[in-house]
Design a protein around this ligand. Structure first.
Ligand SMILES: Cc1cc2nc3c(=O)[nH]c(=O)nc-3n(C[C@H](O)[C@H](O)[C@H](O)COP(=O)(O)OP(=O)(O)OC[C@H]3O[C@@H](n4cnc5c(N)ncnc54)[C@H](O)[C@@H]3O)c2cc1C
Length: 357
């Protein structure tokens, strides 16, 4: 079988890139191991505008959010919802109030509360909080819709891919019976562990999440304080998460389960009963400078990467998949802060060139 592009991995990155390439009239074939190490299947897919202890809006968020909203709405997976960030102390509350004066933050902040219970009497928001305009993305639906489309076109192989099995030549690459003009790695944090892009400064981080059946009524907003809780209706909530930089695997753990339940309960002033109906873990493909890794391998012109989406994949992926497809099909430039060529020196060190030049 001859195609333009062989894509490794059908997570958020591989799915959106495949759609963008198909939209441009290119043929693709995707190989995926049935989401065995999928970060996208674990993520709640939240888009939270102001984040971190300092409660900041990153410079690129407004542009990326607008693009994600348009593209993901078209795919039927964009779910607008407000996010209520409960402040942890007076200092954070002062920051929250200050952000309401910042022009670029204003469209994302609906209101800032000043006392416990002002928004909802059941919450333990002692220092008040900020109600933001955010969203979540139905990632399981996105992945299964794209998979169904690929299967219907005979464009998906369910298999475990091993980089040494690829044969590269001047005309392109071949893997099993597939001949492709180029290969694109969209395999999440696995590219940090083996393969041609291992040399990049990845910082993969494991996280866990629970689905709970609870005695808490649904709320019209996501709760956010050192973690999050997403209401799914009828007392069902998804809640997460934590950050762990060792033991990078998909195994859920008991200590994290207990911690996530405790944190969920701490959001409410009254007794809350919970039953865990699902407990999952995944590894975020994070990078040292919090920007995606996109572009072409420095020594293998037919080998590309679209990854490193980190903890905000839903915000980055829609616009970056478009830019990556334009780069591959039309030769347009990638934005420098996302182009993996920013690590050219690391590539040289990894291949030993730096010592011989
Ligand atoms: C606990 C947790 C919470 C998160 N919360 C959010 C959130 O709220 N909002 C947000 O925007 N982002 C969140 N993220 C981050 C988000 O999940 C990622 O940014 C994004 O999903 C990464 O997508 P990806 O396609 O690059 O990687 P992945 O989703 O990991 O996809 C890679 C795919 O490649 C496959 N694969 C890997 N190796 C091979 C191989 N050798 N052969 C065949 N197939 C292979 C995998 O099985 C998988 O299907 C969270 C992540 C975690 C872990």
């Amino acid at each position: 079988m001859q195609v333009d592009f062989l894509i490794v991995g059908q997570g958020l990155a591989g799915s959106l890139l495949a759609k963008e390439l198909l939209r441009r009239g290119r043929s693709v074939h995707v190989v995926d191991d049935r989401w065995k190490s999928s970060s996208s299947q674990v993520a709640a897919g939240l888009m939270t505008p102001l984040t971190g202890r300092r409660f900041t809006l990153t410079k690129d968020y407004p542009e990326l959010f607008a693009s994600a909203q348009a593209k993901l709405t078209e795919l039927g997976v964009f779910r607008p919802i407000q996010v209520y960030r409960m402040f942890v102390d007076d200092e954070q509350r002062a920051k929250g109030l200050k952000r309401t004066e910042c022009r670029s933050c204003q469209p994302f902040i609906e209101r800032v509360t000043s006392a416990q219970g002002e928004l909802d009497v059941s919450l333990t928001d002692t220092f008040g909080g900020a109600l933001m305009n955010g969203a979540w993305v139905d990632l399981p639906k996105l992945l299964s819709d794209v998979r169904a489309e690929l299967v219907a076109n005979g464009s998906l192989t369910e298999a475990s891919f091993d980089p040494p099995d690829v044969v590269a030549s001047v005309e392109g690459v071949s893997w099993r019976q597939i001949q492709a003009g180029a290969i694109i790695y969209c395999d999440g944090y696995k590219s940090a562990q083996r393969g041609p892009f291992k040399y990049l400064p990845w910082q993969p981080a494991k996280g866990e999440a629970l689905t709970l059946r609870t005695s808490v009524d649904t709320k019209p907003f996501i709760l956010n304080r050192e973690g999050w809780a997403l209401p799914l209706g009828q007392g069902v909530w998804r809640t997460g998460t934590n950050w762990q930089w060792d033991q990078l695997d998909e195994a859920p753990t008991e200590p994290q389960k207990e911690k996530l339940i405790r944190r969920f309960r701490s959001y409410f002033g009254q007794e809350v009963s919970v039953e865990v109906t699902a407990h999952i873990a995944g590894v975020r493909p994070c990078t040292s400078d919090n920007h995606p890794f996109m572009g072409t391998h420095p020594r293998q012109p037919r080998t590309h990467l679209f990854g490193g989406l980190g903890p905000r994949g839903t915000v980055w992926a829609p616009e970056m998949a478009d830019e990556m497809a334009a780069y591959l099909c039309d030769g347009t430039s990638l934005r420098p802060e996302c182009n993996l060529s920013r690590f050219a020196l690391l590539a040289k060190i990894a291949s030993g060139w730096v010592w011989t030049e």
